[in-house]
Design a protein around this ligand. Structure first.
Ligand SMILES: Cc1ncc(COP(=O)(O)O)c(C=O)c1O
Length: 410
């Protein structure tokens, strides 16, 4: 008899954890996907569920890593990072977003991915009973760690009616009084909504009035198209007084597996993050930080990605609309977010988004990601594997055929 299971911390028994539910949802879809591949090895799955770029990092970045990996001076623990990376991050913020007043030494630190930074910030700020305000849906990591620490999560719904921006006007005073963190993520995963200056000003105003620290997750900030200029939270007056912003090289530079990101802004937050980080990891491998510097100095790499994603959205959105979905081309990210249909002409009724997503997978071999809270939507990513426009067109034409055959009713 093993006693180990009984000794696992109580926090992992709390079924209200979003992460548990999210994990369950992803596991269910993943299992269904594996099952389809096993049962129909010759059928080509159209995978619109992937939240990662379809291409590897730029060959120049890969080459630099190969050169740097074996150098003796790169072998040490990197601790809280090399100053050259902080400098490059500051220059990147200036060049891409026009953010000029960031001190690279006191106001920027690297992280082993945005996820790792998000997991450490609650440890910097949250006492038991403190509240993290987040959006619904949301990237879950900061909420999960808030709960691990005995904190509470308060969700602000992102709906079609509020144009996928949180409404700060209806939060009860009892919640505001105990709130420490506001987590926002624009351009947004999964809705694809972009930030505006006006929205960020409202965020700063809200945070300042209520003594709340803003964590702006800008992992997709540079992935914009159709004439939209990348916007940084830190470019707005007063942002540095109320919070920090996270930038990741994962999506912008096709470096998801490399694990490199940075957090910039309020020096008190950066300082305490540095302490937690120094007690959690020993920094990203210097050779990867140096490759990251190369990436940050070449924002045109991201622009190439933007052109591709925009082109794919042009094809995808047309098809979704023809089929009957209320689809709008996003202005950033590689995600589009559409309400689910009611059912099919043959009489099937979809219970919720998960039901529809599984139906698509089993009946049309199309993979998507569902959300039910606050509204039943699915997310489709344009990160499917295709080497050029012709291959993209073939995949989207095939998608249209499969969707049409389902005879969906909206
Ligand atoms: C909103 C958001 N934040 C953070 C991350 C994690 O990024 P990283 O690869 O830098 O950990 C993701 C990844 O999907 C994301 O969608």
């Amino acid at each position: 008899m093993s006693y180990i299971n009984d000794m696992i911390a109580d926090r992992f028994r709390d079924e209200s954890f979003d992460i548990a539910k999210e994990d369950y949802k992803f596991i269910k879809i993943k299992r269904a996907k594996e099952d389809i591949k096993r049962r129909y090895p010759n059928v080509k799955l159209i995978d619109l569920g992937i939240g990662e770029p379809d291409l590897p990092a730029d060959p120049r970045i890969v080459k630099l890593l190969c050169q740097e990996a074996g150098k003796s001076e790169n072998r040490w623990y990197a601790d809280n990072g090399i100053p050259e990376f902080q400098q490059a991050a500051a220059e990147y913020l200036n060049k891409v977003f026009g953010v000029k007043d960031i001190d690279p030494h006191n106001e920027i630190l690297h992280g082993i991915g945005a996820k790792s930074i998000l997991s450490m910030l609650p440890l910097c700020l949250i006492n038991p009973g403190d509240i993290t305000i987040t959006t619904l849906p949301s990237y879950p990591i900061i909420s999960t760690h808030t709960k691990y620490l005995g904190g509470v999560v308060y969700g602000l719904p992102l709906t079609r009616a509020n144009n996928f921006y949180p409404d700060f006007s209806n939060i009860p005073n009892i919640i505001l009084y105990r709130s420490k963190i506001l987590y926002i993520n624009y351009p947004n995963n999964p809705t694809g909504q972009i930030p505006t200056e006006d929205f960020y000003k409202r965020v700063i105003d809200f945070a300042y009035k209520n003594n709340i620290i803003v964590v702006a997750d800008s992992s997709y900030a540079a992935l914009t198209f159709d004439g939209i200029k990348p916007l940084s939270f830190l470019s707005i007056d007063g942002a540095k007084e109320v919070g920090v912003e996270i930038h990741s090289l994962s999506k912008a530079f096709n470096m998801t597996g490399w694990r490199i990101a940075f957090v910039a802004g309020n020096s008190d937050v950066i300082n305490i993050y540095g302490k937690v980080k120094a007690n959690s990891d020993s920094g990203q491998f210097r050779a990867i930080q140096k490759s990251g510097i190369y990436a940050l100095k070449h924002p045109e790499i991201t622009e190439k990605n933007c052109i591709k994603y925009s082109r794919r959205f042009d094809l995808l959105i047309d098809v979704l609309r023809e089929v009957g979905f209320k689809a709008q081309k996003p202005k950033a990210t590689f995600y589009c977010y559409v309400p689910i249909p009611r059912g099919t002409r043959s009489g099937i009724v979809f219970k919720d988004a998960e039901d529809f997503s599984l139906f698509l997978l089993k009946n049309a071999f199309i993979c998507t990601v569902p959300w039910n809270d606050p509204e039943p939507y699915i997310r489709l990513s344009v990160t499917f594997e295709a080497k050029d426009y012709n291959e993209e067109k073939i995949i989207i034409d095939e998608l249209k055929k499969r969707l049409m055959d389902l005879e969906l009713v909206f």
